[in-house]
Each structure stands twice: as structure tokens, then as C-alpha cells.
Design a protein around this ligand. Structure first.
Ligand code: EPU
Length: 315
């Protein structure tokens, strides 16, 4: 769909721009926008625009976009719900693909399994599991992202990790070829999944177990309460650092008295040391400088190298 407005008009008029050629190859239901601000599509709410932003309307269109980017060597990244991404202020010189159209967000129940599109929210997966009296997926309630993003990051919360409850993943490579792999074949590590560095997740089969609705609801409420008690509600990218082996990053930052440390509009949350919060005026540069300040202090005082958990993209 080439929507009305300057961006799309511009895309169609500027025939030399690669987007114009791409628009001619895909269905009219696929959304393409030029110079799309990514700050409004990430939970941290910072960062510049993507040259092209595309929401494919089908797997066929996604395959065309993937093939086009590979053929033209255009940098690409797949944006989920933007809860674990830090886009730099200069934006992204390439294509941001987002599986936000309904065809990628379906959730279908089959016995004790849930077939979930990559664009579905984890919160919705948890709610659907609960509605169908399936337990062991309650912890997904607290992960503020999409199925695709969580698969890519091997996200976890409340002692659970996503691949503990996933049977298989359908994914597409950059030539548009689709394949399905078992969770064991996804080559996962702490907050990483090697397979999804070279493939786009399309959907996953989650495995629940018959449970009692009241018990499931009680667990979900308990997880939600714990989260609200220990994590800030203000805009952030969740935990900014991976937990180093020795001690949780948030505890470490707290112990060093770094809560409240500020660079411009970004500061360390008072609720949780591993959350950097945007007060509404932060730039990506503020956040990056704050990350650097924390990393230097932690290295100097504890000899620990903190690595970022968020994906940093752009220039
Ligand atoms: N702690 C402090 N001070 C702080 C923060 C934490 O002393 O400012 C202590 C806590 O009291 C607790 C320990 O550190 O004893 C661990 O804290 P928490 O239970 O909050 O867990 P975490 O390891 O900091 C992880 C995930 C979170 C997830 C929570 C809840 C990582 C990097 N983070 O945090 O995931 O929500 O567990 O299960 O693994 C995310 O990945 O973006 C994220 C938010």
C-alpha cells in the first residue's frame, strides 16, 4: 500500500531510488515508507529515521523484499516491537522490516500447542495460553516484545527462557527460502540465537501443558506484581546490559551507587539499576554516553566488562 502523504508520494516520484523499483514488485497491501522515524517504533523512544520502512503484507512479499535487499546489498534489520533496540540519532541507512501486519500476528491453538506468528506480542501469547488453560507460558507476560524479537534474543524472565517452551521455529533466509527447525537446532545461547542472525523468524510453535485457570491467572498476576515492583514504567529498552556471570548487572550498578546517574535526558532508573530511562528529552547519544560511563566505572571498580543486551543499530 503506497499510503497518501509526502513520504510515499516521494517514493513513487523518485524513480532512481531503490524503493521505487521494490514498490513495483510487491503487492499494494505492503506498506512502504521513506525516512520513517524509528524513535516512535522503539520503547526507548530515541533515534533517527530508517531510509525505508516496510511492513510486508504476506510471506511472498517478505521474500521479495529480502531478495531485493540481498541482491542490492542494502543493509536490513528486522524490527519487532522495538523493546530491545537502540537506534542511533543518525538513523539507519537501509531497510527496516517490521512484521506488524495481521498475517504475521496470528495465534492458533492446537491441543497443548500454540502456533504464533512472529509479529504477535508475547503478552498476547501468555493471555491466549491462559484463556485455553495452558500453563508454563505465564512468564511470557512480562517480556515486552514480539515473538520474533524474543526468539532472536532468546529472551527470558522470571526464571523462564523462551526456547524452554518452544518446539519449533519457521524462518526465512535472505533468498526467501522458508524452513522449519526444532528449538534444539536453533543454536541458542544466553540472550542469543545464531540461526536468527541469518534468518527472519516467521512463526513458532509454543508448547504448554494443561493447567488450572485460577492457578495460571494467579501466577501471571504474581509475575506482573513482581515486575511492577522492581522495574520502571517510564520509557526504556528493558535491561540494557546482559547479566555477567558473577552478579546481576542491575545489582552491580546499584552497589556502585550509579542509580540516578544522568547524561542529558537519559538516567539510571531508581527502581532497577539495569534500566536506563528516557525522561522524554533523551537522544540516542545521551543513552550511549551513559552506557559508556557505566561500563567504565564497573570495569574500573569491579574488573567486570558489561556487555549491552540491546541491539544497537544505525549511525
Ligand atoms: N537488584 C538490586 N538492585 C537493582 C536491581 C536488581 O539489588 O537495582 C537485585 C535484585 O534484588 C535481585 C537481583 O539483583 O536480587 C536480580 O534482579 P532481578 O530479579 O530484577 O533480575 P535481573 O537479573 O536484573 C532479569 C532479566 C529481566 C527480567 C528479570 C525478571 C536479564 C539481563 N534481565 O533481570 O529481563 O525482567 O530478570 O525476571 O537477564 C530484559 O532482558 O530486558 C529484562 C528486563
Amino acid at each position: 500500500m503506497i499510503q497518501t502523504g509526502t513520504t510515499e508520494d516521494c517514493l513513487m516520484r523518485s524513480e532512481n531510488y531503490p524503493g521505487a523499483e521494490l514498490a513495483g514488485r510487491i503487492s499494494s497491501d505492503t506498506i512502504i515508507r521513506r525516512d520513517e522515524p524509528l524513535s516512535k517504533r522503539t520503547t526507548l523512544r530515541v533515534g533517527g529515521p530508517a531510509d525505508l520502512y516496510i511492513e510486508p503484507a504476506s510471506e511472498e512479499d517478505l521474500a521479495i523484499v529480502a531478495g531485493f535487499c540481498a541482491e542490492h546489498k542494502v543493509p536490513v534489520f528486522v524490527l519487532g516491537r522495538g523493546s530491545n533496540v537502540l537506534v542511533k540519532d543518525g538513523g539507519f541507512r537501509g531497510v527496516a522490516i517490521c512484521l506488524a501486519q495481521p498475517c504475521f500476528s496470528r495465534i492458533e491453538i492446537a491441543g497443548e500447542h500454540l502456533h504464533c506468528g512472529a509479529g504477535a506480542k508475547l503478552k498476547t501469547v501468555a493471555a491466549e495460553a491462559s484463556r485455553h488453560e495452558l500453563t508454563e507460558l505465564e512468564f511470557l507476560e512480562g517480556i515486552p516484545g514480539s515473538v520474533g524479537g524474543a526468539l532472536r534474543m532468546n529472551a527470558g524472565a522470571m526464571g523462564g527462557a523462551i526456547y524452554d517452551v518452544v518446539d519449533s521455529v519457521r524462518m526465512m533466509d535472505w533468498s526467501g527460502r522458508v524452513q522449519e527447525r526444532s528449538a534444539g537446532e536453533m543454536n541458542t545461547g544466553y540472550r542469543s540465537c545464531a540461526m536468527l542472525k541469518t534468518h527472519i523468524a516467521l512463526s513458532a510453535v509454543f508448547r504448554g501443558r494443561r493447567g488450572k485457570r485460577e492457578e495460571i491467572e494467579r501466577r501471571m498476576k504474581e509475575f506482573s506484581r513482581k515486575r511492577w515492583e522492581s522495574q520502571p514504567a517510564a520509557p526504556s529498552a528493558g535491561c540494557i546490559f546482559k547479566n555477567p556471570g558473577q552478579v546481576p548487572a542491575g545489582k552491580l550498578i546499584d552497589e556502585l551507587g550509579l542509580k540516578g546517574t544522568r547524561v542529558g535526558g537519559a538516567y539510571v532508573s531508581a527502581e532497577h539499576g539495569n534500566f536506563l530511562v528516557n525522561d522524554g528529552t533523551a537522544t540516542a547519544q545521551d543513552v550511549l554516553e551513559l552506557i559508556g560511563t557505566i561500563q567504565r566505572r564497573v570495569l574500573l571498580e569491579r574488573g567486570i566488562k558489561l556487555e549491552t543486551e540491546v541491539e544497537i543499530v544505525g549511525e
